[in-house]
Write a protein that binds this ligand. Structure first.
Ligand code: ATP
Length: 437
């Protein structure tokens, strides 16, 4: 058997996701919708664990964190004020010969079309990436709304409501986890660039005086987060933007980048957005969005540090980082070495024969009642069951065997080391609690 490791490719990840039900192409039955994906059982669980650990890390870093959940639709006034109608564009170019469409900034237009080999380009046009729709029956200008391309604006638009209903003082943060929509010209690399995706954002409101320190504080905290969820240190880095990379609203931005097989790419953006957003919404809505500073006895419009990461992009990152191939019992195995915090299933319970189903089922029910996401796995050979659990990243499998009845112990088999130890049935819950701490 050839036991040499081959590089981890996107194809391997896509194939694992499909085989084990992490991710499905959306509307696959009808040919699929490009850049849109559905998540299966273990994929949904992994997403939930990603959201949970993100929120926990933000709350561990600060005591002044609020939550909100904004609507997906917002009227065009919001996007006018935010600058998205004018600026949220990608340059687009078409091949006149084969009609393939590209992002012009990802292509050398002096070279022929990578698809058909001809060199017949259209002019470069700017393409606004927001999805436009109309509310109600009339399709006039007044009814125009857009699906949000980022979650942040709902927080800015609600700033006054948040202040007046929560008795908070600057500095404080507001988190939001939710869907965002971008009509990407070229969705690609699976979950890396999607048209419908999910973001986890923190908007940290502060004074201009502390903004730079707060920006650095959050940059470090966010970098530290990836270590807590088990991402390998040498695959992740913080990179400050050059001046010419900065968005129209930002005066300092750093990206947390991950080393994907297709290069170092942005995983999370951390941006000092100045007081651009609240100033814009104040001006456009003609409402006062300033706060009063007790110290200086004057009003000011708060500044903002934003941390924004895609749930799906982090999902893909976690899979790349955890994917491994080795040999188990003389067979090639695929193993997802996910941190137990992220693992969709925390443990699998495996009876050796039909006789052991009943007593093990009791343990299984008790663990479920205690809130553990565990799986009862009784079909196929033990080896096959281990392989199945290894591929979805289950950190431990408990087998109940002939001796369990007398010694009141199960065999715990570790996903990574494949080592086995006998542990007391009474200690299973403690064992799991320790594992996911
Ligand atoms: P990129 O340069 O990769 O397009 P961006 O700078 O436009 O990203 P932001 O607007 O900063 O991205 O969005 C914050 C985060 O949201 C990104 O770091 C990424 O994790 C996620 N994200 C953005 N666009 C997409 C997308 N099309 N599909 C999946 N995740 C996305």
């Amino acid at each position: 058997m050839n036991t040499e490791k081959t590089p981890i490719t996107l194809e391997k990840i896509v194939s694992l996701c499909k085989r084990r039900g992490f991710v499905y192409q959306s509307a696959e039955l009808y040919g699929g919708l490009n850049g849109v994906y559905d998540f299966g059982h273990v994929g949904t669980l992994l997403k939930q664990n990603i959201r949970k650990s993100w929120l926990a890390s933000i709350n561990a870093a600060s005591d002044d964190i609020l939550m909100m959940e904004g609507a997906l639709l917002a009227p065009q006034e919001v996007w006018n004020a935010s600058g998205h109608l004018a600026n949220f564009n990608d340059p687009m170019v078409d091949c006149l010969n084969c009609k393939h469409r590209y992002r012009a900034d990802e292509l050398d237009l002096n070279k022929p079309c990578p698809h058909c080999g001809q060199k017949k380009w259209t002019d470069v046009r700017m393409f606004n990436m927001m999805f436009k729709t109309h509310l109600g029956a009339s399709e006039d200008q007044a009814s125009v709304a857009y699906l949000r391309p980022e979650t942040a604006q709902a927080i800015f638009v609600n700033f006054k409501n948040i202040i007046s209903t929560n008795r908070v003082k600057i500095p404080f943060g507001v988190t939001q986890i939710g869907k965002a929509f971008r009509n990407e010209i070229n969705p690609k690399q699976f979950l890396f660039r999607m048209r419908e995706f999910e973001q986890m954002e923190l908007e940290w409101f502060c004074s201009e005086k502390t903004a730079q320190t707060d920006f650095e504080f959050w940059s470090q905290k966010r970098l530290g987060f990836y270590e807590t969820i088990g991402i390998k240190k040498n695959n992740i880095r913080l990179r400050a933007h050059e001046k010419d990379e900065l968005s129209h609203y930002s005066s300092a931005t750093s990206d947390i980048e991950y080393q994907f097989p297709f290069g170092w790419k942005e995983l999370e953006g951390i941006a000092y957005r100045t007081n651009f957003d609240l100033t814009q919404h104040g001006n456009f809505s003609k409402k006062d969005l300033s706060v009063f500073d007790d110290e200086t006895k004057s009003s000011f419009v708060p500044h903002v540090v934003e941390c924004s990461v895609g749930v799906d992009r982090l999902f893909l990152t976690a899979l790349f980082d955890a994917y491994d191939e080795d040999v188990a019992e003389g067979e090639q195995r695929i193993v997802l070495r996910l941190s137990p915090i992220l693992a969709p299933i925390k443990a699998a319970l495996m009876p050796l024969t039909k006789k052991q189903v009943e007593p093990l089922e009791k343990i299984y029910r008790d663990l479920k009642r205690a809130g553990y996401m565990v799986q009862f796995d009784e079909s196929g050979s033990i080896g096959k069951r281990y392989r199945r659990q290894d591929e979805i990243g289950t950190p431990v499998c408990f087998t109940y065997d002939f001796e369990s009845e007398t010694d009141r112990c199960v065999t715990a088999r570790n996903r990574d080391t494949m080592q086995q130890e006998r542990i007391s049935i009474d200690k299973i819950e403690e064992y799991l609690a320790q594992l996911i701490k």
